[in-house]
Design a protein around this ligand. Structure first.
Ligand code: ATP
Ligand code: MG
Ligand code: FE
Length: 334
């Protein structure tokens, strides 16, 4: 079984070829970061236009890297949502065209299911499992009792973790996307500043990052008004310590309560060195196996869509030619 998978939900045009749901034959990602940088964030109209330009090139490149033709492909999988509607539509229409032209089944994939299934490209998934999803638009704890079943037991009530990283980075005048820059600064800083931790209700697995984000911005402004300077490294380290402590503790508590076999890390913020280190330390003496994907599978890519798409294909999930991009697609309804 060979899945050709397409991802265009945000600002990466990506195509992959995945064998039997686990083996990467090709994984091509064309990033648009350079085009969005000067605007400090993703401009939807520009994203769509880049996807149109890149879609065919990236698809041909992926087939060439894998040494395959469309005749070798079993099914076409594509991100249906969530994401920017205009961006999603480019991938969805490319997938429809390829599937139609070559008489192949079309398999719709949820982008966050993709982030979670990135882990299946490095290890076997063992159920029940808990996924900590931390990305640009999502921060969720997802319980999976079997393949293709997703129960969101906690989610952010305001900003996503990645969003908070990017907003704090902007306050420090760092380029977009700010997450990796904060991560790097934090490695050379000390968490000396007192910043809040949003634990919420004692039994809640929800998250909140907007209060922390505001606290960072206020700290910077107050210091500026007093003519004091804060080392950006220390600010980054303090912010990151607050984010990471809450993420790790809630994940560990949920892993115990739901008695899961595995804990999977997923999403762009999974690339964060501080988070990876803290999770590894916390789970080193816990019974759950911790799985952390390599960096190239954390941020958006199509390999993860192929991994999730393979499972959906095996389960008989199909889309017809009316498939559309769905910006607010529900994970639990998958
Ligand atoms: P979603 O997956 O929720 O739809 P998205 O696809 O835009 O959102 P991803 O590509 O999964 O998001 O992740 C991008 C986010 O990850 C950005 O907010 C970016 O700043 C953040 N990020 C990437 N690397 C790091 C890092 N090392 N530390 C912290 N944040 C990071
Ligand atoms: Mg992106
Ligand atoms: Fe993503």
């Amino acid at each position: 079984e060979i899945i050709l998978s397409i991802e265009t939900s945000c600002d990466e045009t990506a195509v992959a070829l995945i064998k039997n749901g686990t083996e990467i034959l090709a994984n091509v990602v064309a990033s648009q970061i350079e085009s969005h940088k000067r605007f400090g964030g993703v401009v939807p109209e520009i994203a769509s236009r880049h996807h149109v330009e890149q879609m065919t090139v990236v698809t041909e490149e992926a087939l060439q890297q894998a040494g395959l033709t469309m005749d070798d492909v079993t099914a076409v999988a594509v991100t249906e949502g969530p994401g920017l509607v205009g961006a999603l539509l480019i991938g969805v229409n490319a997938a429809k065209a390829l599937a139609f032209a070559h008489g192949l089944p079309l398999v719709p994939v949820h982008h966050i299911a993709g982030h979670i299934y990135a882990n299946r490209l490095i290890t076997e998934m063992k159920f029940p499992l808990l996924a900590l999803v931390v990305s640009g638009g999502h921060t969720e704890l997802v319980l999976m009792k079997e393949h293709g079943s997703f129960e969101v037991i906690g989610e952010t009530r305001d900003d996503a973790a990645g969003e908070a990283y990017d907003k704090v980075a902007r306050t420090l005048n760092l380029p977009y996307p700010g997450g990796p820059h904060i991560d790097k600064l934090a490695q050379n800083g000390e968490p000396v500043l007192k910043l809040p931790r949003a634990w919420l209700e004692p039994d809640s697995y929800d998250f909140s990052f907007s209060g922390l984000k505001s606290a960072v911005i206020n700290t910077v402004h107050n210091a500026a008004q007093r003519g004091e300077t804060i080392r950006p490294e220390d600010l980054a380290a303090s912010f990151q310590a607050s984010v990471v402590e809450v993420l790790v503790e809630k994940t560990a508590r949920a892993a115990r309560e739901y008695d899961v076999k595995q804990v999977l890390l997923a999403g762009g913020v999974a690339a964060n060195q501080g988070l990876r280190k803290a999770l590894a330390e916390r789970f080193s003496d816990l019974p759950q196996e911790l799985v952390v994907p390599p960096l190239y599978l954390c941020t958006d890519n199509a390999a993860m869509i192929g991994a999730a798409g393979s499972v959906a294909y095996q389960k008989g999930k199909r889309a017809d030619w009316a498939l559309n991009g769905v910006p607010g697609l529900d994970l639990e309804a998958q």
